[in-house]
Write a protein that binds this ligand. Sequence first.
Ligand SMILES: Cc1ncc(C[n+]2csc(CCOP(=O)(O)OP(=O)(O)O)c2C)c(N)n1
Length: 315
Amino acid sequence: MLFIRHFEEKCNQVYRMGKAGGYLHVYIGMEATAVGWLSMLRKDDYVITAYRDHAQALLMGNDPVAVMAEIMGRRGGTSKGKGGSMHLYDIPHNFFGGWGIVGGHIPLGAGLAFASKYKGEDRVTLNFLGDGASNAGVFYETLNMAGLWDLPCIFLIENNEFAMGTRLEYHAANVELHRKGYPFGIRHERMDGMDVLAVRKAARRIIDYVRNEQRPYLVEVMNYRFAGHGAADNDQSLYRTPDEVEAAKARDPIKLLENVILAQRVLTPEQIEAIHSEIEDQVQEIYEKADAMPFPDPEEVYDNVYTDMEVEKGH
Ligand SMILES: Cc1ncc(C[n+]2csc(CCOP(=O)(O)OP(=O)(O)O)c2C)c(N)n1
């Protein structure tokens, strides 16, 4: 969690220095959700998410220099510098992105689950989506197929209480989003997403169920986004107050875990401080390596847009 936090604080700086093009959305405050869930997956399980994807990319084993390089549009990036922050991928580690269209990746995640089931494998697919994305029509079509075909897919709604500047109660007819599993016969529950130890425990139980029973599951994980929607969201006063954000920070997932570590005398405050500085130095080094990489060659601009076959046909 600490590495992700410091990495993303650097991403925000990189954006402000004008060194990251396009959009950039950090996961600051929400780290316990991805860390808790991904730490319980098997290496051959599949993960897919939307554009707030840095944490998942790093946790699935992507080289942090390649992630930073992608965010900075450099040739050594995970998508050769042409995707940016929202389009991180790592297929060898079973991370399928990084998608910018709200709701667009949800059926792709079900497709991954369908593929593994069809091949007789026992992989689980973890399909992350936001509270806003859970209103997209395609989500319901996908839940129907997942329920009908017994797909081993976990639909993980990260309820961070906002869809851009729109609060949950202004965009959802029923704010208990996990109930969306009910009409499709899919087991569902709401859980805390800030206490990483509790997240891990629940994740283990649900992943085991999905793998063993070969059935889908819908979880609504309650977390909170401490930063703006994206790095360019400079006026949060339109949808929340600084007091509200400060109150939420009382349950900062990193602080909650540090409190447990201190209470159990695993580390001293000085040792924790030293770990923070060590990670900050590592992140600085990662940034410098990425910054030293070249931009993609302009000649590559149309590469990987169409398949060779389509190009030959002149499409
Ligand atoms: C189809 C589509 N409509 C609108 C947008 C613009 N948009 C980008 S993010 C976003 C809000 C999504 O919120 P949520 O799913 O809760 O995810 P979060 O940002 O909280 O992680 C919107 C409307 C988009 N990218 N795609």
